[in-house]
Design a protein. Structure first.
Length: 94
């Protein structure tokens, strides 16, 4: 199952607080269907049917079924550059 770093939880909460997503919302990770292992990350008001829900310290992430299978036991981290641009990073779980 996907896990979040403390940094990721802080940034995700910040992103959601600055959006129009309701308190029940979160980030949603879904697989793209372009033949490559790629993912989209968007805000979502609620999980979709079949989504795996990961909650940590007030941050919520909804992981679409095929993305959850592809990600397995990975760790989601976030890098924010000096301009405030956010980049999501996935690393192998421990």
């Amino acid at each position: 199952m996907l896990t979040l770093t403390p940094n990721a939880t802080t940034v995700i909460r910040s992103l959601l607080d600055g959006s129009e997503v309701p308190d029940s919302g979160g980030l949603r990770i879904a697989s793209t269907n372009n033949g490559q292992q790629a993912f989209t990350v968007t805000t979502a008001p609620t999980p979709e049917a079949g989504d795996q829900v990961v909650e940590d310290a007030g941050a919520r992430v909804f992981v679409e079924t095929s993305a959850a299978t592809a990600l397995g036991d990975t760790v989601l981290d976030v890098d924010v550059d000096e301009q405030g641009n956010v980049q999501f990073l996935l690393t192998a779980g421990l």
